[in-house]
Structure formats: C-alpha cells, structure tokens
Design a protein around this ligand. Structure first.
Ligand code: MF3
Ligand code: CO
Length: 270
C-alpha cells in the first residue's frame, strides 16, 4: 500500500531528511584517518538527539546503531565498530532520522585521503546515477523508469555492477514503505507514480561484478569479488514536473571542501 503525502507532510519529511543531511555533513567534518566507526556513530547519535530527532535505524530489526558505515568492499549495512578509518578508504555512511512522526533517509560515500582513481570515478558515477534516477521521479512515470535510468547509466554507460539484492523504498511514517525502488529494471514497468509519493532512491554500484555476500555478523553486505562499492541515497517527493529532493548534499559538499583529510576534485584552471 502506497501512502501519498500532503504538502504539510512532505515538509515534515523534509525536516527529518535535512537533519540527516546535517548529520552527514557533521560526519564529513570529523572524518579522518584514525577515527573509529563506532566513534563516528556516537557523534551522529548525539547530534541527532541534540537536534530533537531519533535515529531511525536504532532498534530497526534489532539493529543497535545510528549509522551504517560501509568501508571499501562493504556495500551497505556495515556495523560501527572499533575499526579505524585509514588513508585511501572509501567510506559509505547511511543515516535515518525520525522526527515529528516521519522518517528521512540519505547516504553519502566519502573518499578519505589518497584514494584510487577507480574509486573516484566510481563515486562520481554512482552519485550521477542517483540523479539520473531522480530525474525520472515525476508524476505519470513508472518506478521502472527510475530503475532503468540508474541501471543503464551505471551498467551500460560505465560498465559497473548494479547490486540487485537491496533496493530503494517508499518512506514516510515507516522507514520502509511501498513501493520498492530497484536500481535495475525496465522502462514503463512497475507502479505509476503520483504527486505526493515519497521514495528513497539509493543506488549501490560496484566497481567489479554485481554479486554480493553477507558477512557473518548478519548485517554487512560486501562485494563477492572484494572490489570497492559506492552508495548514495536521497529521500525525494514525486512532483508534476520535477522531483522535490527532500534531503540535500549541499552541506555535505561544503563540509568536504573544508576537510583537508577528504579527497576533492582538483579545480581545473582556465
Ligand atoms: N538506510 C537503510 C535503507 O535505506 C536502512 C538501514 S537498515 C538498518 O534501507 F537496520 F540499519 F536500519
Ligand atoms: Co534507504
């Protein structure tokens, strides 16, 4: 069952989503080699509760943490631990906030220090694939139009692997609502979108093959071939002419720009 939201409800989801964005920006400001993923998780939890929200993931299906932090060949659902971030790590951070009765959900992949060009290109393409999907999130289109746009860009244009086992989702009073939003599919297939639908679009793209395995911790998903994976996610509202992106990467990009420990695209002069 798909729940359509009123403009007032959309604005509440926007508030939760922007607190997620601010949390990810805070993480972007403190991320550096030597910090542990459980310390980052604690900082995120204090930040969210300090701003009047609740971490959406904590308590979800027995999950005990605020963030999922997935490093290098880990795709998603990495559990915060005593693991230290190292120079060259590709760090995907996924976060959800519940506030005023509604959830927001967003993820971003950070490049720590001197990362491989393969990782830089994968991160850029994964982020771009998310926006290819968002462009299709307009009333009258179908979910398959989003799925196809992401798959075509990542697989056909770039030759990367698109993870099949995990998908995006409707979002609102529940973290996961209908419909499912796969990152692969067929144009013109799936549920027809209408104004007021709120969905989390979250491509998980692998440098190598699309195959993944689950680690023995019961949560962490990693690539079968051990190659790097990236993950970006926005919460968006379907609108008539253009999707309304309820989370934002602006504050994250600004925080990355002023953190010397994170990789930045070199400015080209002239
Ligand atoms: N952000 C994830 C998603 O979009 C949810 C993480 S699973 C959890 O589906 F258990 F950590 F919440
Ligand atoms: Co999600």
């Amino acid at each position: 069952m798909i729940y359509y939201k009123t403009q007032d409800e959309l604005n509440l989801i926007r508030k939760s989503s922007l607190l997620v964005s601010d949390t990810l920006a805070m993480i972007a400001g403190i991320l550096k080699p030597g910090v542990t993923t459980e310390w980052l998780d604690q900082q995120a939890e204090s930040f969210i509760t300090g701003h009047g929200g609740k971490p959406s993931f904590k308590g979800y299906k027995g999950y005990k943490h605020t963030l999922c932090i997935s490093v290098n060949d880990q795709v998603v659902h990495g559990i915060p631990s005593a693991r230290e971030i190292k120079n060259g790590d590709v760090v995907s951070v996924d976060c959800g906030v519940f506030m005023n009765g509604f959830h927001g959900d967003s993820a971003f992949t950070f490049l720590v220090g001197e990362v491989s060009m393969d990782a830089v290109n994968l991160a850029k393409a994964t982020r771009a694939s998310l926006y290819k999907g968002i462009e299709m999130a307009i009333a009258g289109n179908r979910i398959g139009d989003i799925s196809y746009a992401i798959q075509h860009y990542a697989e056909t244009v770039h030759g990367y692997g698109v993870v099949r086992e995990l998908v995006g989702h409707g979002i609102g009073k529940k973290l996961h609502e209908d419909p499912e939003v796969p990152n692969f599919g067929t144009r013109g297939h799936g549920a027809k979108m209408q104004e007021g639908m709120t969905i989390a679009i979250e491509p998980m793209i692998n440098l190598g093959t699309r195959n993944v395995v689950q680690e023995n911790d019961g949560w962490t998903i990693r690539t079968k071939d051990g190659k790097v994976s990236c993950h970006y996610e926005h919460t968006v509202a379907v609108m008539k002419d253009k999707a309304d992106i309820l989370s934002s990467f602006d504050q994250i990009d600004a925080a990355i720009a002023s953190n010397v420990n994170l990789y930045k695209e070199k400015e080209t002069i002239g």
